[in-house]
Structure formats: structure tokens, C-alpha cells
Design a protein. Structure first.
Length: 214
């Protein structure tokens, strides 16, 4: 799904690179879609043509969130290193013929992992995804100008919250703790993200199956 649309974006000449952003509320299916697009492009054009770089790698560590008193708001815009993310996008745009390393996020550890992803020189498409790619807040407003296209990934709120419940319980919270976190953090974050829908170039929908997709 959507692979043919993305193939049309990929530069035909080596040494050029396109950045596609996927914005959307928590558990809308952004990372699932991003990975499927990368796999689809690589299957058609060759391994390494596309790369996946999640914004989640720029979560502040739990130690920093504790220092700032933001642990209970993890996932809100202020709990990310937006300047680091913007700097990475600039590096990815200025292709220089060498690998660019990006952080990843380990859900088992619930922590970012430095240099967990390598974007190799032959990558002509980078798919990046996250909640706040279309946000107008401090720092975030720079992201849109660094992307060639920005899609909004949409899913039914009930499906998203079912997925979030599964995610947080799997991550070690009790069901009551998971529901409280969804109410206090995930739901307000989703409302903020939904308000940025009109700033995106296209809206795409993911399937309605509950479970783990992000």
C-alpha cells in the first residue's frame, strides 16, 4: 500500500536523496507504514535504496526526564531533543557520500539508543516518522521545511487507544497504570497532533486492527 506513490519520489540519479515524513498521533501506525514503504522500495529498486529513521530516537533519556520532572509526560513535544532531530535531517539532506548514523528507540529498555541506525550513502529515500513533524512549536517548525513530502497517518481513535493499551501493558505497566498514562499524556498529545493534520501534503489511513502497530 502506497509503495507506488513513494517510488515516484525516489530520485533516479545516485547522489540525490528525498526525505518523506510521516506525522500522526501515537499508535496511528506510522512506524509500521514507514517500514513497509522502505521494504517495498528496496524490493523494487534494490537493498539499501531506502532507509527508515524514527523521530523516537530523539526521546530524552529517562534520567533526563527525571531531572526535568517530565517523566509522566514522556512523549510530549518537550520530552524530545528537537534540535538534535533537526540537525540530523539537515545532515541527511546534504548527502556527502558517507554513512549517517541516527539514534533508535528500544521499547524494551524504554530508552533511546545512540547510533542504532546507519543511513548508507546509497540511500536515495529516507522515511522518517513521528508525532510532531507538522507541529508549529519551538524547534519543530523547522522540520517541515527539511522534508520533501509530509503525510499525515490517520487511524480511528478507538483503534489507536487499544494499541496504546497493549503497548504500555507489554512494556510493564499494569492495565490501570496504562489507562492513567493514556489519559494524562497520550490523549493530550494526540489532540495536539490532530490539529496539525491540515499542514501535511497528504492524509493516508492505516488498517483498523488493534494490537501493536505504531
Amino acid at each position: 500500500m502506497y509503495v507506488d506513490d513513494v517510488l515516484a519520489l525516489v530520485p533516479s540519479m545516485p547522489g540525490r536523496r528525498v526525505l518523506l515524513g510521516l506525522a500522526g498521533a501515537p499508535a496511528a501506525g506510522k512506524s509500521t507504514l514507514a517500514r513497509s514503504l522502505v521494504e517495498g522500495v528496496d524490493a523494487r529498486l534494490g537493498a539499501g535504496t531506502a532507509a527508515y529513521v524514527p523521530m523516537d530516537g530523539f526521546h530524552l533519556s529517562n534520567a533526563q526526564l527525571d531531572r526535568l520532572g517530565l517523566r509522566g509526560r514522556k512523549g510530549a513535544p518537550e520530552t524530545f531533543d528537537v534540535d538534535g532531530y533537526v540537525h540530523l535531517l539537515r545532515r541527511l539532506r546534504s548527502w556527502q557520500g558517507r554513512a549517517v548514523y541516527a539514534p533508535d528507540f528500544d521499547r524494551d529498555l524504554d530508552e533511546p539508543v545512540a547510533a542504532g541506525i546507519a543511513v548508507l550513502p546509497q540511500a536515495r529515500l529516507v522515511v522518517t516518522e513521528g508525532n510532531y513533524l507538522a507541529d508549529d512549536g519551538a524547534g519543530w517548525h523547522e522540520v517541515r521545511d527539511l522534508l520533501d513530502e509530509l503525510w499525515f497517518v490517520e487511524a480511528d481513535p478507538e483503534v489507536r487507544e487499544d494499541r496504546l493499551l497493549v503497548r504500555h501493558v507489554t512494556g510493564g505497566r499494569t492495565e490501570a497504570e496504562a489507562r492513567a498514562f493514556i489519559e494524562a499524556s497520550e490523549r493530550p498529545n494526540a489532540l495536539r497532533v490532530e490539529a496539525t493534520r491540515s499542514a501535511c501534503t497528504r492524509v493516508v489511513r492505516t488498517g483498523g486492527v488493534s494490537g501493536a502497530p505504531r
